[in-house]
Design a protein around this ligand. Structure first.
Ligand SMILES: Cc1ncc(COP(=O)(O)O)c(C=O)c1O
Length: 412
């Protein structure tokens, strides 16, 4: 057993990252300075998008995207229940209504057939956006969703905007292309467990210059110019043209982002290596179902969520989770489906269920996945999972008559 807990995710910072931050702290600009534009340009080039607009968090970036998509009271946006709540919350920030559609059983990404079903029930011009999530770093069915948005646009005369929440998927490839310029807007998060960190931070990438301008204004109080532009052009006059927020990312954070960008390719390569090692280690362990990778993608592996074949185990997910934690393996669960959170239950009182997401939730466990995991860390995880799962598999009589197959919510 490991002596110290192995977390499920953590940042990797080196001396160059520290120096980049120190240099900015000694400079004239802590915020609204030159590092912001530099980071945005280099990031956009890296993912292959025309524009990238930085935000103070991934959540703020999602809010910006929801605003730029034109969401407002009376509008609807279709999204997935299998995500972090921020994906759906950005719809609520704009006073619009989230419409959940169930996920595909293999990837746990928004199922285009379910989205089509929701859309066919809506003929008025209320659906302003489809917000897909690249769950765990596996790109969603972007082509199909884009096509559905187009078809809906003909029916309701205004095409819903496709927003891709790629908070898990920086560097992931869809049909040979990095995510970032495929959807109308692609959102990234730079929280410490992500592929690149700025402490807190986020970005919206787009090829549309109009959307980029709206996003820039929205993150800066709705003001039409930035402080440094005015200083450099000797102007003082500015106008507020829309109701925005202060969602700016500082130069301190952007300097860290620029330095982290240098290591992104190596970080991704290491995550892919760990994913391959996990897949090889668990291929024969039948109670553990490894994540599916569709033929047309190369995932970025923010998470490594396995699903438990509970019918082959004597206990539920909660017991497996606790046993792995007792082995000092920092497992986690992603996610409680959004519609099941108390806030969503109270405010929407929907009786609707999403069987694929709900069934997956009972079986999911995320194994540690981060760039600086050592070979020993990976071996510790595979050893502990094998030990715990084999033990409970041996105790299972296979009758399937188990009272704890589905856990109660209180047990987590
Ligand atoms: C899918 C998804 N969307 C949005 C967010 C929010 O990002 P942030 O923490 O940067 O606000 C997260 C954060 O983990 C996420 O996992």
């Amino acid at each position: 057993m490991r002596e110290k807990l192995l977390p499920y995710g953590r940042q990797s910072l080196d001396d160059a990252d520290v120096q980049a931050v120190v240099d900015v702290l000694k400079s004239d600009w802590l915020t609204t300075g030159p590092k912001v534009g530099e980071f945005e340009e280099r990031f956009a080039a890296w993912i292959g998008a025309r524009h990238a607009v930085s935000f103070s968090s991934g959540t703020a970036a999602l809010h910006g995207a929801a605003f730029a998509a034109g969401l407002g009271p009376g509008d609807e946006a279709i999204t997935t229940p299998m995500t972090f709540c921020a994906t759906a919350n950005c719809i609520l920030y704009q006073g619009a209504t989230p419409i959940f559609a169930d996920v595909s059983p293999d990837t746990l990404n928004l199922d285009p057939e379910e989205v089509a079903r929701k859309l066919s029930a809506r003929t008025s011009a209320r659906v302003k956006a489809i917000i897909a999530v690249d769950y765990a770093g596996h790109p969603g069915a972007l082509e199909e969703l884009g096509q559905l948005a187009k078809t809906q646009g003909q029916r309701q005369r205004e095409r819903p905007v496709l927003i891709e929440d790629a908070s898990h998927a920086l560097g992931a490839e869809y049909r040979g292309k990095r995510v970032g310029s495929i959807a109308d807007m692609t959102v990234f998060s730079f929280h410490p467990v992500k592929h690149l960190t700025t402490g807190e931070g986020g970005m919206v990438a787009t090829n549309d210059a109009g959307l980029a301008e709206t996003l820039r204004r929205f993150r800066n109080h709705g003001i039409s110019s930035e402080a440094r532009e005015r200083l450099e052009s000797g102007q003082w006059f500015y106008e507020m043209v829309l109701l925005g927020f202060n969602y700016r990312l500082t130069d301190i954070a952007c300097a860290l982002g620029l330095s982290q960008l240098e290591k992104l390719a190596a970080n991704l390569a290491r995550r892919r290596e760990i994913a391959a090692q996990y897949a090889a280690a668990f291929r024969e362990l039948r109670p553990v179902v490894i994540p599916t990778v569709r033929a047309d993608v190369n995932p970025a592996w923010h998470l490594y969520p396995v699903r438990l074949n509970l019918e082959m185990l004597a206990v539920g997910r909660g017991e497996i989770f606790r046993a792995l934690r007792a082995e000092n393996i920092g497992v986690n669960v992603h996610y409680v489906p959004v519609h099941q959170h108390p806030y969503y239950r109270q405010h929407f009182q929907s009786k609707e269920s999403f069987p694929v997401a709900e069934d997956a939730y009972e079986r999911l466990i995320s194994l540690p996945m981060f760039h600086s995991m050592t070979a020993q860390d990976v071996a510790d995880v595979t050893h502990a999972v094998n030990k715990v799962v084999t033990y409970y598999q041996g105790k299972c009589d296979g009758s399937g008559e188990r009272s704890d197959l589905l856990e109660t919510r209180q047990s987590h």
